[in-house]
Design a protein around this ligand. Structure first.
Ligand code: UT7
Length: 340
């Protein structure tokens, strides 16, 4: 008797969408005037070259998990989904200081569903959009019904305050979405990829500069970047990736309601919008002004802020795109969550 080679049962899922978004930013607001104390810079230069006016830094005893938990609780509440209904948690971060067990497993224990599937991903500033892509596929394939995707960073722990190329850019915070079943497709195809020949453009490695200035152990990693290299790559490649994302979703620029890109530099945001010929009617997230660059958390924090500022955008179409160390990127067109 021959054994059957097929006959494996498979699941099929449903359309999916974002059901709710939440964000958390630490209480402490840090103005440019504080950051420039240790670098040769000025408030005016930082505003002009990046758009950043203030950012949030977490308290010494405030962890990645504390921030992720707060953002997730808000997302769950707004989505009207209980933690018991969440079967999968994807946590994107480059600043959780432990390899194992994952931040995601610590998070599900805190949120009260320690039996959910949970894992961390590292796709740097693209981590949240990588997570949204996976969550969408999980729901569509029937692997999961409700997925919590959280991007969270405590970059202040990994900043060299004397580094003129990063000290004024990066910041702390968390943003989360609940992704679940939907009657209509609410998340378009994910366009993602890498440019791994530019792996050295953004690094998180021990910094000799910080060592010289007296970092306690001298081996603690700091984030560093070749600013101009990343800037040129983002302006040139990310608008093209954005256009491919729109095309894959069958959405034209004039059908978009909002553009919510990674918040790395307001000049990159403006240039992408110009290159993609987004009409005036598209509301553009420029949350970097008051949030800085929060890496994996920047897109959901910007989404939450945009919906607070423009409640009419609930249910509208938004183009998301994240990019960062690797270099890696991911984008998708999403229907913004309904009004809570
Ligand atoms: O999330 C990860 C993705 N990261 C990014 O997307 C970062 C992309 N890059 C950038 O946002 C920009 O490259 C920076 C904001 C990091 C730097 O701005 P830039 O316009 O590329 O500056 P630059 O390195 O080309 O330097 C221009 C000038 C130089 O002076 P001179 O030679 O023209 O006299 C620098 O010495 O600005 C000077 N400069 C500064 N001045 C005041 C460089 N850094 C500073 C500073 N403060 N911190």
């Amino acid at each position: 008797m021959t054994k059957p080679r097929t006959g494996i049962k498979v699941r099929t899922g449903t359309n999916s969408r974002i059901l709710g978004v939440g964000a958390y930013q630490p209480e402490r607001i840090v103005p440019n005037s504080e950051v420039i104390e240790k670098i040769d810079s000025s408030d005016e230069w930082i505003r002009q070259r990046t758009g950043i006016e203030t950012r949030h830094f977490a308290a010494a005893d405030e962890s990645v998990l504390d921030m992720a938990e707060a953002a997730c609780r808000q997302a769950l509440m707004r989505a009207k989904v209980s933690m018991e209904q969440i079967d999968t948690v994807i946590l994107a971060s480059i600043t959780y200081p432990f390899q194992a067990p994952s931040a995601a497993t610590a998070l599900i224990a805190r949120l009260g569903n320690p039996k959910a599937a949970a894992f961390d991903i590292n796709a740097a500033c693209a981590g949240f959009c990588y997570g949204v892509g996976m969550a969408n596929d999980f729901v569509r394939a029937g692997t999961s019904q409700h997925v919590l995707v959280v991007g969270v960073e405590k970059l202040s722990d990994f900043l060299d305050p004397y580094d003129r190329g990063t000290a004024f850019i990066f910041a702390d915070g968390a943003g989360a979405v609940v992704i679940g079943p939907s009657d209509e497709p609410g998340i378009g195809p994910t366009i993602w990829g890498a440019d791994a020949d530019s792996r050295d453009a953004i690094l998180m490695e021990p910094s000799w500069n910080a060592f010289r200035h007296g970092a306690p152990e001298g081996v603690w990693p700091n984030i560093s970047q070749k600013g101009q290299t990343v800037f040129r790559w983002a302006v040139f490649s990310m608008s093209k990736a954005g256009l491919r994302t729109l095309e894959a979703a069958g959405v034209t620029p004039d059908q978009l309601d909002a553009f919510i890109p990674h918040q790395a530099n307001v000049r990159i945001i403006e240039s992408m919008a110009r290159e993609m010929k987004l009409p005036e009617s598209v509301v553009i997230a420029r949350d970097i002004r008051t949030s800085g660059n929060t890496s994996a958390a920047s897109v959901p924090i910007a989404m939450s802020a945009l919906l607070t500022e423009h409640p009419e955008l609930h249910g509208g179409l938004a183009l998301l795109i994240g990019y960062g160390a690797g270099l890696v990127y991911a984008g998708q067109v999403v229907q913004l969550p309904p009004k809570p």
